[in-house]
Design a protein around this ligand. Structure first.
Ligand SMILES: Cc1cc2nc3c(=O)[nH]c(=O)nc-3n(C[C@H](O)[C@H](O)[C@H](O)COP(=O)(O)OP(=O)(O)OC[C@H]3O[C@@H](n4cnc5c(N)ncnc54)[C@H](O)[C@@H]3O)c2cc1C
Length: 279
């Protein structure tokens, strides 16, 4: 059976007001949390591989203890196992330190065939972590992958390139960063959600499915993580001003009525709607 590892990150929900600390860092404790939208495509690809070829899907996340929520979400979509890497010594890790820590989780897992990551995150947004993990593991990588198929130990992929597509074949194991033009994450299946609710109620089963590991558990060197292991220096951060503007909602008895109300309003505001209609 194929072994698939998917990296998923919990990020601040961009629709909530994530504050900025006086030192310019994000106030993650106050922000609402969500699964990184780009990682939903990676998770979908993993579930597709599982359904099409038969695979064991392990989701890995690195973050503070609440990050376990994204593992539960992944289980509800059909993932099999979850690993949360959490350790105070990881705080303030840049992409170099993050990729180091995450590749150590893969070494801790042992055998794998396919590693999937999202394209990028909505917080750090560098798209560096996936390729860095592949480099550290000395395996092939395919970035911006939209579609794939597996035959024996050969994986065929279609990746998005400027102005078109590129098709390629590689031997497993491989790391793939999944493009956001790939299939979106499917709805949860009732059976999967019910099964997760059930296993979470049983501590033994929960421990079998969710492993919570520290740097010591995975044999990582803490000097290569956190602030000490991060060569990135943030020069300056600042908050963009509020975007102005207002919104008027037209709610009439019919769409025709709403449209004529809109036209009347535009006319009253002198917005040159006649030219627009006659164009
Ligand atoms: C000085 C400094 C301090 C920072 N301190 C913190 C901090 O304290 N806490 C914090 O959360 N971030 C912190 N960051 C941001 C952090 O470096 C990045 O968010 C992290 O390295 C991932 O990089 P990225 O967001 O650009 O991911 P990308 O490279 O854009 O992500 C690509 C893919 O990699 C995978 N991935 C990335 N990160 C993770 C993860 N944590 N777990 C699982 N999969 C992952 C996902 O599949 C993702 O789609 C800090 C950054 C700097 C420069």
């Amino acid at each position: 059976m194929l072994k698939v590892v998917v990296f998923i990150k919990q990020v601040p929900d961009t629709s909530s007001k994530a504050g900025v600390n006086p030192d310019g860092t994000i106030d993650r404790a106050r922000a609402k949390r969500m699964l990184n939208p780009f990682d939903r495509y990676a998770l979908q690809k993993a579930i597709e591989i599982k359904r099409q070829y038969g695979a064991e899907v392990t989701c890995v996340t690195m973050g503070p203890p609440p990050a376990v929520e994204v593992l539960v979400e992944a289980f509800e979509h059909g993932a099999d196992y979850g690993i949360l890497l959490t350790d105070k010594r990881l705080a303030a890790s840049d992409t170099l330190a993050t990729a180091y820590a995450l590749h150590m989780v893969v070494r801790h897992i042992g055998a794998f065939d396919v590693i999937l990551t999202g394209l990028q995150t909505t917080d750090g947004d560098t798209a560096q972590v996936g390729p860095q993990i592949a480099e550290r593991l000395h395996i092939a990588q395919i970035t911006y992958c939209e579609g794939l198929s597996i035959s024996g130990t050969t994986l065929s992929a279609r990746r998005v390139v400027e102005g078109g597509f590129q098709e390629m074949e590689v031997q497993l194991p491989v790391l793939i960063t999944v493009a956001n033009s790939a299939t979106p994450l499917d709805y949860k299946r009732f059976g999967d959600v019910a099964a997760v609710k059930e296993f979470l109620r049983h501590p033994e089963e929960r421990e079998k499915r969710i492993k919570i590991v520290s740097l010591d558990t995975i044999g990582a060197d803490s000097a290569r993580t956190g602030l000490v292991g991060s060569p990135t220096v943030v020069g300056k951060t600042w908050k963009l001003g509020e975007i102005g503007g207002s919104c008027v909602v037209f709610q009439g008895e019919s769409m025709e009525r709403e449209v004529s109300e809109l036209i009347e309003k535009l006319k009253a505001d002198g917005k040159g709607v006649e030219e627009l209609i006659n164009a």
